[in-house]
Design a protein around this ligand. Structure first.
Ligand code: GSH
Length: 231
């Protein structure tokens, strides 16, 4: 069986879990506690020398980088394609995924935030400002791209789920967690509202992971309280 090294609240792990669920694959989750620095333990660095989650183990094949994992899973089983549509649609959903995974996420990653405080003297307020700046400017661009492509519906690509949604939903979770207002991103919010009602996304949500604390704030969990507030 596939084995996924994952942290319940990590957005990159959340991506891999959604992809595995969409493909209906069975997998065992191995928790890696980022707050205890387990991602930098000697044993884990043998699995992923970059010291990040997720990592996927398929027999003797070891793979890290969430987008490579999603691509691997996509190639293991054809339906549903995680980059559907014609060649322009396929390029477009990858553009959205990469904007989130390569342009936004590295700037707000735990190790980046830790470096800001441990080596550059940033306090909590400065780190929050940093987080808000990079997420809001990045998401403004993502919203504009999605609007510009003109196919948004239940998903970034109309009625077809894709790698774009797989990256978008965990990013929205992270922004809600940090209390960033999301009114400026109406298309992204509509896609989020739909996605988090789907079993594949619910099963991947941080709150539904076995190792999540019971008192974890509910954002994308089974009852999705923010949906009720917005209703
Ligand atoms: N580009 C990598 C990033 C992996 C990564 O750094 N994940 C975060 C969790 S969201 C992590 O493990 N951070 C640990 C740290 O920063 O120390 C991917 O997409 O998989």
């Amino acid at each position: 069986m596939l084995k996924l090294y994952s942290y319940f609240r990590s957005s990159t792990s959340y991506r891999a879990r959604i992809a595995l669920n969409l493909k209906g694959m069975e997998y065992e989750t191995v928790p890696v506690n980022l707050l205890k620095d387990e991602q930098r333990s000697e044993d884990y660095l043998k699995i992923n020398p970059m010291g990040g989650v997720p990592a996927l183990i398929d027999g003797d094949f070891v793979l890290s980088q969430s987008l490579a994992i999603i691509n691997y899973i996509d190639n293991m089983k054809s339906e549903p394609s995680l980059a559907p549509g014609d060649y322009k649609d396929q390029a477009f959903v990858r553009q959205i995924a990469l904007s989130i995974a390569e342009d936004i996420h590295p700037l707000i990653n735990l190790k980046t935030q830790k470096y800001l405080s441990d080596h550059l003297g940033a306090d909590e307020a400065a780190k929050k400002e940093w987080y808000i700046h990079w997420t809001t400017t990045g998401m403004a661009a993502v919203e504009k791209m999605i609007a510009g492509y003109g196919k948004a519906g239940n998903f970034v690509l109309g009625n077809k789920v894709s790698v774009a949604d797989i990256c978008l939903i965990p990013n929205m979770y992270s922004m809600r967690r940090f209390g960033v207002p999301l009114d400026a991103y109406p298309l992204c919010c509509a896609i989020e509202r739909h996605c988090i009602t789907l079993p594949e996304f619910i099963k991947a949500a941080p709150e539904t992971q076995a190792e999540a604390p019971e008192d974890l704030e509910q954002i994308h969990g089974p009852n999705a309280p923010f949906l009720k507030q917005a209703a």
